[in-house]
Design a protein around this ligand. Sequence first.
Ligand code: SAM
Ligand code: SF4
Ligand code: SF4
Length: 340
Amino acid sequence: MTGKLGASLIDVRGRPLRDLRISVTDRCNFRCRYCMPREHFGSAYRYLDRDDLLALGEIERLARLFVSLGVRKIRLTGGEPLLRRGIEEVVQALASIPDVDLAMTTNGVLLPAKADRLAAAGLRRATVSLDSLDDAVFAEVTDTAVPVARVLAGIEAATRAGLTPIKINMVVKNTVNESSVLPMAEHFRGSGHILRFIEYMDVGATNHWQLGEVLPSATVVRMIDARYPLVPIAPSHPGEVATRYRYRDGAGEIGVIGSVTQSFCGTCSRARLSADGKLHTCLFASAGTDLRGLLRAGASDDELLAVIRGLWTAREDRYSELRGRPRTAGNRVEMSYIGG
Ligand code: SAM
Ligand code: SF4
Ligand code: SF4
């Protein structure tokens, strides 16, 4: 059957289903302007109700079905996943699934309180988002009063808990935090953490994205290479989104994710499950398939598997390759909902 280890479900473009991102909440304690701008996500914004969220057992059941179809990596995300009540139980349930690499992406603020319990529950790796070491720039990006030191404390807590190697995600907007690129590289060189520079993307419909604000990954590489010479590293597996480099002096590695200037749709193996159980086959989707509705209506595992198989085998998504063409305009769902 399709679910045997090593077997793959293949889409129309020959891409296997390998990765699943599960959003566990659409809420967040930050209001990053590129993700949840306060003008839209203010006090009047209607978040999902508790009953709308997939319950623990529903998440585990769906995750097991996806794994039976070939998924080997699961990433918990959101919104801010550490705001989800009982996140440790979610981790524990997913960590008990064999053959799965389980990770989480977080803004790090709650890691000092939670890293040890997450590690004990079976989390192996964390990615922490941090866009600047400068409090003023960080406040401009995140639109919160949280100081950078809180995120750095989160990274330290995750390191002590063994959630390593930690990846640090930095989204770069040339109008906002270009000046933070070198200080970030300097800070994380030699730390054992892997800093990754992500091009600012046109996700959702509220961040007023403009191409002119994207700092191309090639520029980031040139900036760092001029100061700390870099050597390219070959991809470790097909579908790797980051282009990797190591410091020639042995101080570790960095990655760049050129989602806008170097689309990687051709090898994209990621599906996304929103916090209310809708399955999306592309980050830029405008609609998802309601797996929660099927679950709650009593669908059997075979029925659910048939729906997921049908969706993946019909998948044609390649938004980043087509970016800018008229057919790509649409009412895209927000990243905090679909899961970043
Ligand atoms: N709240 C968690 C965090 O920030 O790490 C997890 C969810 S967040 C949506 C996941 C990742 O998406 C973060 O690294 C964030 O920086 C990135 N992200 C959000 N909006 C983005 C955008 N417009 N362009 C590029 N990356 C973005
Ligand atoms: Fe929250 Fe993460 Fe989005 Fe920032 S990027 S608003 S921390 S979900
Ligand atoms: Fe994958 Fe869609 Fe991003 Fe292309 S645009 S890499 S298909 S999520």
